[in-house]
Every structure is written in C-alpha cells, then in structure tokens.
Design a protein around this ligand. Sequence first.
Ligand SMILES: [Zn+2]
Ligand SMILES: [Zn+2]
Length: 319
Amino acid sequence: MSTIGKSSSDVCSVRGSETAPSNKITSCEQKKKEGLCENNSRITNTTSSIDDVSNDIDIMNISNSKHNEELKRAAELHDEKLFKQPPQEEDCPICFMRMPTLGSTGYKYYACCGKVICSGCIFAPVYDNQGNIVAGKKCPFCRTPAPYTDEEAAERERKRVELSDPIAIHNLGIYYAEGLYGLPQDYVKALELFHRAAELGHTGAYRTIGCIYDVKVDEKKANHYYELAAIGGNVNARYNLGQVEWRAGNFDRALKHHMIAIRGGEVDSVNSIKQMYTKGHATKKDYTKALQSYQEYLGEIKSTQRDEAAAADEDYRYY
Ligand SMILES: [Zn+2]
Ligand SMILES: [Zn+2]
C-alpha cells in the first residue's frame, strides 16, 4: 500500500506542480484541494499510463514472441537430434557381422580383452594354430582362459576399469548397486560410476540412470536420461520413450520412437505398434512398415553359426 501511495504522490507532484516537490504529499494534497492536481494528474496520468502500458505490452509481446520463437526453435533442434536414426552397435570383432541387440544372450562382454562378442562366435569352437579344437573355455578373441572364480572375474573387470573401459565401469556400478562380489551396497558410488561410463560413451549407462529415476518416479529426469541413451543408439531406452509418448497420447511421437527402436532390433516395439494399430492409434501401413523393418534387421544379424548356437542352448538366443 505504501508503495502505491508513494508512487501516486510522486506522479502527482511531478506532473501537477511546477515547483520542486519538496513535500510531495502536501503539494499533491493541496493541488487536489484546489481541484488542479486531481484533474490534471488524472487526465495526464491516464493518457501517459495508456501510452506507457501499450508500449510495455508491445515490448512484452515482441519479447514474448521472440522468446516463444526461440523456444520453438530449441524444441525443433532437440527433436531433430532425438529422432535421427542413431548409430548401430559395433559389429562382432570376430565374424564382422552386425551385433544382435538382444542383451545377455545375443552377445557377451569379455573383461580379458574388453571385447563384446556375438553368441555365434562364443559358441563356435576355438582352434589352435594347428587347427585342433582347444579344450576348455577360452575367450574367443584373445584366447585367455575363462576366470575360475568370481574374484578372478572381478579382478579382471577392475583392471579394465583402470583402463577407463566404459562397460567395465558400468558393470562395477551394478556390483555396487547390488552389493555383489564382496562389495558394499553403495548407490551413490554406483550412480557416480554410471555417469562416468555414460560420459565415456556407454549409452546403456544412461539408460540405467534413467531406470533409477523411473523407480524414484521422477519422470522428467528419467526421460532426460532415456533420451540421451536413445540418441546414442540404445534401443531399450528408445522403446521406453515410445511407451512414455504413447501413455501421454502423443501417438505420432510414440510411433517415431518405436520405428527407430525396431530398426535397431527391438522386437517389443513391433508388438507396441501392433497394439497401437489394433487400438486405432497407428495405421496398417505403419504396422506393415514395422514388420518389414524388423525383417531387415533379422536379415542382417542371422547366421548359421548363430542359429546353431541358439539351437544348442537357450543361453545363445539372439533374437
Ligand atoms: Zn561373431
Ligand atoms: Zn579376451
């Protein structure tokens, strides 16, 4: 209230009196009594207020529309980056075929040399220089014998961590998160390792961070990390984003995410588009395209060696 009063008297004294406003309130009140200030100030003030306010509104509108344009452009740039087909995983270093994306059985990480090897090459026998099958389990890439104990396996991973291997760092994060291999359960340490692995290029680590925030029901943060993972080529995170957009009713965006995930080999996204189609949120053409994309992916990853491995053991299933 005092601010309003002061402001009114200021306006009144300045505009209503030619003399210096030594006592603004008095001079204003006096002029009001004289019937000068009130009229003058009202008329003058009203006119100037409209001008000022109009100018302010104009400036605000220009500034708002500029700000809105900037926001719109930022959103467009963000979407351009988000919906760009991401890079594929590296090919298998032994058979040079496209790596299957089915985690845990389609490929395996070897801490001896830090290589990721496909199920077919893991299953295939390892031969020595004379062409004899090497007995015992060895790394198909560097021929290091498999570790005998969990401690030995953990020690190998620790050495890879020292070499800043992002997969080993991510794995160590999981051991801390779950308190495995004699390590204490430590979520803070785990999260720190996930961030480090992600910064070193492990897109799966961004997804892991996203999952942590998902569990904490912080959808905004979860989506942020799913996006980082998806942009880097993580198909599981891409699938998650597709589901998030579907739940939000953004069918167009959901479809885009699922289509990208399918090209990356995510079969669950084919099922999602099928469901969207059944519910009328996607067209038959969308579903056909989804099936075609998945067939193209299968065409790139299928091999006799991988099929033999999958037929021999469920642990080598790769799609
Ligand atoms: Zn291979
Ligand atoms: Zn190896």
